[in-house]
Write a protein that binds this ligand. Structure first.
Ligand code: SAH
Ligand code: MG
Length: 832
């Protein structure tokens, strides 16, 4: 009596059972008992762990138990339901009558019908549950069986609080098996496995299934019910793959992609990698991933990028080791290696607690949380690749695992995910297969962009790697003839980090071409249908468009704002004039002092120095810029072009941009009056920085070489100002004494001593003198300049024809852009 009036879900079913008519009166389906009663379901699991994936097994356990209780209950043969043997006392019946009439009203609820064959499309449907009926009987009718006694229900699927379940009918043969006490453990029916339904709940489901959100819950007295739309169906479907989860967390299914790298907490938008990984494990009914943090005190010799970063963090030790290094110029990269930071190991266990995936990235992170997200992201990236192509050959899977520092245990892994059959449309037909392989090559969909047009005037403000950009966008489904267009997704303000693959690649490649205020319009090929339906509200129109014609996605995007990486933000906010301007002025001072007529800017980037030089009257006539970033170079070209076409005249007669590495020999960079290399070396690995120094002073041999790089010691001041530590966890500040770099692309940042050592050795070796200076702060006030500068001066004249000896056979760099005054005579570099 107490039970009947309680909120226990079984109570609801029992009340409903007492409302059933005729020979069904009082019968409660066995599968309900196993699902709705946690104690019983746990008992079943103890008796046989296989009930986890085989719902029929649990029902058979219940039926057998019921048969043993023949004095109390009736278990009907051929039916999976049980009834109390003796009639219920009148009080109970009356109570259930009252409860039923109070709590129940006529209900119409939207559900989804999932046919077993992948060729058949998912259909929305609805259930009419009359106040006097048992909702499971209504579902039974939908499934084409007589009554609820043959209906099974799955565990809940989707979010933690969800009441969404799959309902499916027990196959006839199974009923016979169970009633004849055969072993259902091995039960399987050929051909009719419902892949999509099984995918959702990780249980083998055969035949048609209904996905619905209704039932008796602990929360509500009556029948809880909620519509399940086609959109929510598709959202649940894609949430089972890592990138789908990420897209959902950003509410940008057709624009976002899970980034390939974790740069900083500040720049990561949407759910964090660790959260996504936990959610994914929950989705697949695995326990939480096991995280183990290691404090890395000693970095090994096979240094990864971030470990190198750390070397400079450990101060004292670094200095001694550095000083002991024999070949300091080039080899120091490998001879030193100490620092501290965090490494995180992630383990994923199977339901039976066997280790299935293990990831232990080599990288050392300065912050504990970064190491956790870094490792989690690797696991996610790998799983994502797997889920997008479940038939991926083992070699490829192994290869990817290797690249991501992952080890996985094949048999156990495949077994664990055996019920995740490929349910995406593009895995079926041959053309779809083709499409699929295209997707997997890139990890991203929609590589191709066509009909691109850019509108609005060029503001000169372009995003670069590491920037946070804010865009507004809309995506529509469009028929190829352009006649019909249906909005799928739009966003007024959407922020992401450039250069990490945080949006689909076609969108990112378009945004790099936009300056703030401009808009782009373009088309891309269709992503898997699931993503379109997950984004769309109005599936009817979409479905008919897709079925009638070839379609594409039509994007419109406007670049609203660009936020520079922390370094630039800090340089502008903390120094007046901004540090970058101070560096330019520093260079101008030397140009004037030496009456330089030629200048080469090594690592010119977007041309900030070259652009500013045009503002100052100097003796310069010929300017060359070199960089390896094509994006930066094309931006530089744009800026310089507009500057030169509006400017009346400076003395400049030629300006050239080359695409190439400054560590490669290239005769066109030889013999200049002044070489500048501002804030570049810290973007290279340390051995490369040394290589550049050697190549520049032994081969390019400018009269003067100005090299600037951040002073690591100054970071503490910037940190105190709060400008450089926005993404620091307060609780981690103590753990990690070492402060972070100014820009996540920096491979190192040197103390004054380290810079001094690098420059002095170089100068000595190549017969240059060197002086130290800087901008921001002062030389005699601790901790020195914010940006430290070394000025190398050549101590010998350049020999006649000095370049012939080492003429480069291959021209390493290619001309990107060239401007010259018309009357400019041909001036070979060697004549300078
Ligand atoms: N000197 C510019 C840009 C600094 S950012 C300024 O002061 O604004 C660092 C630049 O170095 C980037 O544009 C990057 O592409 C470039 N760079 C890094 N390694 C390089 C290499 N090996 N060769 C040429 N350029 C390089
Ligand atoms: Mg820099």
């Amino acid at each position: 009596m107490k039970f009947l009036s309680s909120l226990h879900p079984l109570g609801g079913h029992l009340r409903a059972a007492l409302q059933r008519n005729g020979d069904l009166y009082g019968f409660v389906p066995a599968s309900i008992i196993t699902v709705c009663d946690a104690r019983i379901s746990n008992l079943c699991k103890l008796l046989n762990p296989k009930v986890e994936s085989n719902p029929y097994l649990a029902a058979s356990i219940i039926m057998r138990a019921a048969a043993g209780l023949s004095g109390y209950v009736v278990a009907s043969k051929g039916n999976l339901s049980i009834q109390k043997k003796n009639p219920y006392p009148p009080a109970i019946i009356k109570l259930s009558d009252i409860q039923q009439s109070v709590s129940q009203e006529d209900i119409v609820v939207k559900v989804i019908h999932i046919p077993p064959s992948l060729d058949k499309i998912i259909q929305p449907s609805s259930l009419d549950v009359p106040s006097s009926g048992y909702y499971l009987d209504i579902i039974a009718q939908k499934l084409g069986v007589r009554d609820a006694n043959k209906v099974f229900m799955s565990r809940t699927v989707g979010k933690a609080s969800s009441e969404v379940r799959l309902y499916f009918a027990a196959p006839e043969s199974l009923l016979l098996d169970i009633s004849s006490d055969l072993n259902v453990e091995e039960f399987h029916m050929e051909g009719s496995l419902n892949a999509r339904a099984s995918y959702f709940c990780g249980q083998a489901i055969y035949g048609d299934a209904i996905m619905a959100s209704l039932g008796y819950t602990w929360r509500s007295g009556g029948l809880f019910h909620e519509d399940v739309s086609l959109q929510s169906y598709y959202r649940m479907l894609i949430s089972k793959i890592p990138s789908g989860n990420y897209k959902l967390s950003r509410e940008a299914i057709l624009a976002a992609e899970m980034p390939l790298a974790f740069t900083s907490k500040n720049n990561w938008k949407g759910s964090f990698p660790k959260e996504i990984l936990c959610a994914l494990c929950r989705q697949h009914r695995l326990s939480e991933p096991v995280l183990a943090i290691t404090i890395a005190l000693e970095a090994s010799c096979e240094l990864s990028r971030s470990q190198k970063k750390l070397k400079v963090a450990g101060t004292d030790r670094f200095k001694t080791e550095y000083a002991n290094g024999k070949d300091t110029a080039v080899d120091n990269g490998a001879s030193v290696g100490s620092g501290s930071g965090f490494r995180c190991q992630v383990k994923i266990l199977s339901k039976c607690q066997d280790l299935i995936i293990e990831c232990f990235p080599k990288e050392v992170n300065k912050k504990q949380s970064d190491s956790i997200h870094n490792a989690s992201l690797k696991v996610l990236s790998w799983l994502d690749a797997y889920f997008k192509d479940l038939d991926m050959p083992l070699e490829k899977l192994n290869y990817l695992a290797n690249a991501l520092d992952i080890q996985f245990h094949h048999d156990k892994f495949f077994k664990e995910f055996a019920l995740c059959p490929s349910v995406y449309k593009y895995s079926g037909t041959p053309e779809a297969k083709l499409q699929e392989s295209k997707h997997n090559n890139s990890f991203l969909f929609g590589q191709g962009v066509w009909s691109l047009s850019i509108e609005g005037s060029d503001s000169g403000l372009f995003p670069s790697t590491g920037c946070l950009v804010s865009v507004s966008y809309s995506v529509s489904l469009m028929t190829e003839d352009g006649h019909v267009k249906e909005l799928l997704e739009s966003n007024d303000e959407f922020e992401f980090e450039m250069g990490t693959g945080a949006v689909i690649s076609s969108l990112e490649s378009v945004v790099t071409q936009l300056s703030v205020g401009q808009s782009a319009f373009f088309k891309v090929e269709l992503p898997p249908e699931e993503f379109i339906f997950a984004a769309a509200d109005d599936f009817r129109t979409i479905r008919s468009m897709l079925s009638v014609q070839d379609c594409c996605l039509d994007y419109a995007v406007t670049l609203l704002a660009v936020t520079e990486p922390p370094e630039e933000r800090m340089e502008q906010a903390f120094f007046s004039p901004p540090l970058s301007k101070q560096r330019v002025e520093y260079a101008v001072k030397h140009i004037r002092e030496f009456c330089a007529t030629t200048l080469v800017d090594f690592g010119c980037g977007s041309g900030s120095l070259l652009d500013s030089l045009l503002e100052y009257p100097t003796s310069l006539e010929k300017i060359v810029g070199v960089d390896i970033s094509q994006k930066s170079l094309s931006r530089a070209a744009k800026i310089l072009h507009s500057k030169l076409s509006t400017k009346i005249d400076a003395g400049i007669r030629s300006l050239v941009l080359y695409d190439g590495s400054i560590t490669d020999f290239n005769s066109r960079l030889c013999g200049f009056d002044i070489g500048t290399c501002l804030e570049v070396i810290e973007h290279m690995e340390e051995d490369q920085a040394s290589l550049f120094g050697n190549v520049a002073l032994s081969y390019f041999r400018p009269k003067i070489l100005i090299v600037s790089t951040p002073n690591y010691e100054y970071n503490t001041i910037l940190q105190k100002s709060g400008l450089a530590t926005q993404d620091d966890d307060p609780d981690e500040r103590n753990q990690s004494q070492a402060c972070k770099f100014r820009n996540h692309d920096h491979k190192f940042e040197w103390t004054r001593k380290q810079f001094d050592h690098w420059a002095t050795e170089l100068a000595k070796e190549h017969n240059y003198s060197v002086e130290f200076s800087g901008v921001g702060g002062a030389a005699d006030v601790e901790p020195g300049f914010a940006s430290q500068i070394a000025v190398f001066k050549r101590g010998f004249p350049l020999p006649e024809n000095g370049l012939a000896e080492k003429e480069d056979s291959a021209q390493h760099c290619k001309l990107v852009w060239e401007w010259s005054t018309p009357e400019m005579p041909d001036m070979p570099a060697s004549s300078l």
